[in-house]
Design a protein around this ligand. Structure first.
Ligand code: PLP
Length: 357
């Protein structure tokens, strides 16, 4: 959904416009260190290797796999949407032997099934918030049963919008993206790796750019910094500012704001005849998915044309379905600064106007 009137995040916009500094300027390094400190607070971790990877969320996914998966390693992957599928493809390219644990689109994964899928996997990987379906997968209980495996969790759509506890849940590698619930433009992938994960880093991963051992020498606080690549200065400013806004509001308050907006939206959509697509009890607040029956749409408009009208007439952008549910569901994001009740009110009123004969 569009940001609505006014600028909801002046801090982030202002940060993007700040004059540049050299990427090795002590003032910039101090700001980067502080950004990493803020990330530790948001991830709820003490992991020293916690930083913002240069690249979008997908770069975070790739870094998580290429640094710990060796050819023929067994990797258990939970698949109940597009991003679980993508994890399989990334692991496959590392030469992994993939064990898929599936659930239908719209349904959550069974954590017991993930843990029982193989006696000694190298990695268990799961998407926390499946943006393609609006489903939350339970990851909090996986850490206890992971055994020797490393637990990899995709937190691209969960971080900032719902509880994420890296240390409390025993997650070894996690990545996110700036443009989802952190409310910062796309371009960085917040990343964290446990000491346990670091001990298992592959010596010379397939990717030079995403080699975490080399990156660690550049981003880790203190000591001598070895140049690896130029940090995207303006994006780090923006993330620093966005995390400041989030921590200023308070993580719990942000989770509660997302939860409230999602609930009001889901109630309102049901009243308009749009039934929820994601399984009850596992619905994301920040990404609401609903089934769109053709007969609720204005005469002569298909679901894509209706979404286009929402954008053109009301300035509201909502997403269509992906993969097997393309053309059948809508996905409504309420992430970061867009998770506001006024946006929910606007969308519900717009739909009511469009749907009325
Ligand atoms: C958006 C998303 C990604 C990919 O992130 P990009 O920033 O688009 O590269 C990965 N996983 C999930 C769950 C996502 O929602």
């Amino acid at each position: 959904m569009g940001p609505g009137p006014g600028n909801p995040y002046p801090e982030v916009t202002e940060a993007l416009g700040r004059p540049l500094m050299g990427h090795l300027d002590p003032a910039f390094l101090a700001l980067m260190d502080e950004t990493n400190e803020r990330l530790r607070a948001v991830w709820r971790t003490t992991n020293p290797l916690t930083f913002a990877l240069s690249g979008t969320g997908s770069a975070g996914m790739e870094a998580a796999f290429v640094n710990v998966v060796r050819p023929r390693d067994v990797v258990v992957v939970g698949v109940n949407g597009a991003f679980g599928e993508r994890m399989c493809e990334v692991a496959r390219r590392c030469g992994a032997e993939i064990v898929r644990v599936e659930a239908p689109w719209g349904q959550p994964l069974d954590p017991e099934q993930l843990l029982a899928a193989h006696p000694s996997p190298a990695v268990i990987a799961v998407v926390h918030a499946e943006t393609s379906t609006g489903v939350r997968n339970d990851v909090g209980c996986l850490g206890h049963g992971k055994g020797d495996a490393l637990l990899v969790v995709d937190c691209v759509t969960s971080l900032g919008g719902m509880p994420v506890e890296i240390d409390g849940w025993g997650v070894d590698l996690a990545y996110s993206g700036t443009q989802k619930c952190l409310g910062v433009p796309p371009g960085l992938a917040p990343f964290t790796a446990s000491e346990r994960a670091r001990e298992r880093f592959v010596d010379r991963p397939q990717s030079w750019y995403l080699d975490l051992s080399m990156i660690a020498d550049y981003v880790s606080a203190g000591g001598s910094r070895a140049y690896h690549h130029t940090a995207p200065i303006s994006m780090v400013y923006a993330l620093h500012a966005g995390l400041g806004v989030l921590l200023g509001e308070g993580l719990e308050a942000s989770w509660a704001r997302h939860a409230e907006c999602g609930e009001v939206l889901q109630d309102g959509l049901a009243r308009l005849g749009l039934e929820p697509f994601a399984a009850e009890g596992h619905r994301l607040a920040q990404l609401t998915s609903v089934v769109v029956p053709p007969d609720v749409l204005p005469t002569g408009l298909d679901e894509a044309a209706c979404r286009r009208l929402l954008l053109d007439r009301y300035g509201i952008e909502i997403g269509g379905g992906l993969g097997p549910v393309a053309g059948k569901v809508w996905r409504v994001g309420l992430m970061g600064h867009t998770a506001r009740l006024r946006n929910v009110t606007l969308l519900l009123a717009a739909l009511e106007e469009l749907f009325s004969p």
